[in-house]
Design a protein around this ligand. Structure first.
Ligand code: G3I
Length: 446
């Protein structure tokens, strides 16, 4: 994916008001607009049953991508073999469509939230392969053209980077991964197909395992388009190697994405913890922005009232960018600040000031300073002014000065024409005067 480096200057002021405190006024630029202007998407996991009222309003206004938190998992869509139930998944797909959002499909083949007929079945390799590819084909076909990214295989690895002995890994070995991807590609050639895992965010044994797995799959011609990094993080522990890790995967020729970001803390949340969380969210956002093939970032629930953390880690929580009352937390501002528009290289500016350095009977020494008030280098300058009382320049240095009647023009010389943004150049002159020696009313500088 080529990063659009579109610069939307209109967004700048609004983005910068979003906010040191973490509060987001209604007028703040939505995160989705900031993200789009920086060439990435900003997504959230959602719970379909909650998509009404303020929850739906925030999900639609702030995010340009949604991922069903549970509704597209195998156990949700095919609880009984061959009997599909699309209601929950459809509701989210319809919501995404109604609000101009991308839809991340999560997930086709995963060891968890499987229906028991798969998990507890007795399988020959061929039978399981058929069941798996049928499932992939049916689901991807159903959402063809609507899901733009599929997490085709989720969490295939153990902590040490070896293949997880799930029902799929144990029965089929690594081959199940390639088969799942090929079935997905055949069902929707346009969808981007991802491998997704947790604890692969920084460099380490598990991400090394993912890296070599992706290398092998690509070498076999398996259509892997991207690697998802879940980024279920602990407060203050954003891996320092996150960006380097994303980059090494993208150097393999695949897209990368942050797919399930949250930052959990031991409750209660304090101001200091929320400030650290803001920095953590900003750091992850910046890491994605720094890697050209990072397609986007998804938070795993945008509000603390919709987070898996308290259920799975008793005593911990407050892991998302909005509190339970749907008020933005400092983490929201951390994302917004990281997404703030890049200041465009502005035009060069030029301003000149005139001073009399010394004066004696009939003569004086003057000086003009040319300042570059813009944000791009000034390449050549010319200053002009009118003398109001008949002053005449007799000698000049550091500029070529000419005078016709009362009109004076001074042009840079070869060595001082380039003035960096914020820099200045100075030239001087001697001149004669009679009566009074008032300064020029104005200087023009171009
Ligand atoms: O739907 C039932 C409901 O009927 C029942 O009353 C209730 C009682 O506990 O459980 C409900 O199901 C829960 C389901 O979420 C929907 O809320 C399950 O118990 C619960 O285990 C399930 O948790 C989900 C978890 O995956 C399962 O592993 C989380 O919501 C979901 O956010 C989480 O997401 C995973 C990603 O898919 C993969 N990466 C890790 C991530 C966090 O675990």
């Amino acid at each position: 994916m080529l990063r659009r480096l579109t610069v939307v200057t209109a967004l700048l002021a609004a983005a910068l008001t979003a906010t040191a405190t973490g509060t987001a006024a209604a007028a703040d630029t939505p995160l989705r607009d900031l993200a789009e202007a920086r060439g990435i998407y900003l997504g959230t996991a959602v719970t379909g049953g909650k998509l009404t009222g303020a929850y739906a309003g925030t999900a639609a206004a702030q995010f340009d991508s949604v991922t069903p938190g549970n509704e597209m998992k195998w156990g949700s869509v095919e609880p009984v073999r061959g009997q599909y139930s699309w209601t929950g998944a459809d509701r989210i797909a319809d919501f995404a469509e109604a609000h101009g959002q991308r839809l991340r499909g999560h997930t086709l083949v995963w060891h968890s939230q499987l229906p028991s007929w798969v998990e507890n079945g007795t399988w020959t390799p061929d039978a399981l392969r058929t069941v798996m590819t049928d499932h992939v084909t049916t689901q991807v076909t159903r959402y063809k053209g609507r899901v733009d990214h599929w997490d085709v295989v989720n969490e295939p690895l153990n902590e040490d980077g070896t293949l997880r002995r799930s029902v799929f890994g144990a029965t089929l070995g690594e081959s199940y991964i390639g088969d799942a991807f090929r079935a997905a590609r055949a069902a929707d050639p346009a969808a981007k197909l991802y491998l997704n895992d947790y604890s692969t965010d920084g460099l380490g044994a598990k991400s090394d395992g993912m890296y070599t797995l992706v290398e092998r799959l690509l070498a076999q011609g398996v259509p892997v388009d991207g690697v998802g990094f879940q980024a279920h993080l602990i407060l203050g522990q954003v891996p320092s190697t996150l960006e380097a890790n994303l980059r090494r995967f993208s150097d393999l020729g695949v897209d990368v994405a942050i797919t399930e970001l949250d930052v959990r803390m031991t409750l209660p949340a304090t101001e200091a913890k929320l400030a650290q969380q803001k920095a953590d969210y900003a750091a992850v956002t910046r890491a994605c922005l720094a890697v050209t093939r990072c397609a986007g970032l998804t938070v795993w629930g945008f509000t603390d009232s919709d987070s898996w953390i308290p259920d799975f880690f008793p005593g911990q929580g407050a892991a998302t960018p909005y509190d339970e009352g749907l008020n933005p937390k400092p983490a929201y501002a951390g994302i917004a600040e990281a997404l703030a528009p890049v200041t465009p290289p502005g035009p060069a500016g030029c301003a000149a000031t005139y001073t009399v350095q010394s004066q004696w009977g009939g003569g004086f020494t003057g000086q003009v300073t040319v300042r570059n008030t813009g944000s791009a280098p000034l390449t050549g300058w010319r200053v002009a002014w009118e003398y109001p009382a008949g002053q005449r320049i007799t000698q000049a240095w550091n500029a070529a000065v000419t005078q016709t009647g009362t009109a004076v023009t001074a042009t840079h010389l070869s060595y001082n024409g380039t003035v960096p943004a914020g820099g200045s150049a100075t030239f001087g002159f001697n001149a004669s005067w009679t009566g009074t020696n008032p300064p020029p009313a104005a200087l023009t500088c171009a």
